[in-house]
Design a protein around this ligand. Structure first.
Ligand code: GLA
Length: 397
């Protein structure tokens, strides 16, 4: 289904490429999805579990290798930026100045890993993931670029390595200390399946997503965020402080907070005197336990139990991890007022972006109408809604 679904967009983008770069001779077209995380938030840099899935919306690129070493990149989403030009061997980490920092980071990281590229390229990019929405538009373009480099310049490695290259690029080139979840969810995406990943061991399992009488609805607050300007790195360091205290207290050498069970955490948590740091750590440990239970419920078709864990996850992200904010809290509160809702929670880093909701099909229209109206009357602008389809990882179109 994927290829035909993308056909119309592909044709349009090839024409746009010709308009920007003169003609479209010899181009190739690629796609990489966005992702939504069903549960397991802010656990991936604490050695915990996550349960994301790749979407059928994502990022497209029309690409052609050049004879010289110029890198020319144009985004249909940011026409005012025009064509970003640079030399392939002269990329330096400068944080996130605009969208092109993500594909540039991948080229830089490939070179660092001994996969240097000499010939440049012309590239036109288009994404249909709302950017800054918490659906990983940045990891999508990273995985897209990594896949393009692998395909067009003949490198050989698997999709797990692709994810690790993306994370390295984001950590080192863009200065965002993200975990592995987003890149892994995208590079390893599989139609109709969620990915249950243990970020401590990197073991993973595909879990069929059969939502029975329900659908997954993404509600976007339209409050933009970028990881670069969020408190993401601060949360990460708070967890590191908690881990250090627990390791000191217990004499253990845990790599991540999520190696502790809830009971173990409760028995040692008093060694963390700072109440804020303590609740950050509590979120990580409890969220990990919720994620492990949620997978069992999803697999056995217990949508009620799964939905309740989604909602508990949101409450923990609001009260203990404090990464929600008025917009996400309002959109979830409005969702929970509606009939036919199994569960609702923010997804992704937080501080804006989207919620994910498990809603009975027969109530989906009412849900969108009522949450939309309630959100607008409290926040003052519209939310947007998408019924989610779960798709595959990066592909050649
Ligand atoms: C962002 C990061 C991920 C993960 C989530 C929170 O999406 O890129 O690595 O930490 O936030 O769960």
């Amino acid at each position: 289904m994927d290829i035909s679904f993308h056909d119309a967009i592909k044709e349009r983008l090839i024409k746009e490429f010709a308009g920007i770069f003169g003609d479209s001779k010899g181009v190739s077209v690629f796609f990489a999805p966005g992702r939504v995380n069903l549960i397991g938030e802010h656990t991936d840099y604490n050695g915990g579990h996550v349960l994301p899935c790749a979407l059928t919306i994502g990022t497209y690129a029309v690409v052609r290798i050049r004879e010289d070493d110029l890198l020319n990149m144009y985004s249909v989403n940011f026409p005012d930026d025009g064509i970003t030009t640079g030399k392939i061997g002269e990329l330096v980490p400068r944080g996130v100045s605009n969208w092109s920092a993500y594909p540039k980071g991948m080229i830089y990281t490939f070179a660092k890993e001994g996969m240097s590229i000499e010939k440049g390229l012309d590239m036109l990019v288009y994404g249909n993931i709302p950017n800054g929405s918490g659906l990983s538009s940045s990891a999508s373009i990273e995985m897209l670029m990594g896949h393009i480099l692998r395909e067009m310049y003949g490198f050989e490695f698997d999709n797990v390595k692709l994810a690790l290259l993306g994370q390295k690029s984001e950590n080192e080139f863009n200065g965002v200390k993200c975990g592995i979840m987003d890149q892994f969810a995208i590079s390893m995406g599989k139609d109709s399946s969620a990915i249950f990943l243990n970020t401590n061991t990197m073991e993973y399992e595909y879990v069929p997503v059969d939502t029975g009488d329900a659908v997954l609805i993404i509600a976007c607050t339209n409050k933009k965020r970028g990881l670069g300007d969020s408190k993401y790195n601060e949360r990460r360091s708070e967890c590191e402080q908690a881990l250090e205290l627990i390791n000191k207290e217990t004499g253990r050498s845990l790599n991540g907070l999520c190696e502790l069970s809830v009971e173990e955490f409760d028995s040692v948590s008093d060694c963390i005197k700072d109440a804020v740091i303590k609740k950050r750590a509590k979120h990580a440990v409890y969220e990990d336990a919720r994620t492990v239970s949620a997978v069992r419920m999803l697999a056995s078709g217990d949508l009620k139990g799964f939905g309740e864990l989604m909602t508990s996850s949101h409450i923990s992200l609001k009260d203990d991890y404090e990464v929600t904010g008025d917009e996400l809290d309002t959109i979830v509160e409005e969702a929970l007022k509606c009939d036919g809702v199994y569960g609702a929670r923010m997804t992704g880093a937080g501080f804006g972006g989207c919620s994910v909701n498990l809603v009975k099909k027969s109530y989906a229209d009412d849900f969108i109408k009522n949450v939309g109206a309630g959100y607008k009357s409290k926040i003052g602008y519209d939310a947007s809604f998408y019924i989610v389809n779960i798709g595959n990882g990066p592909m050649n179109l």
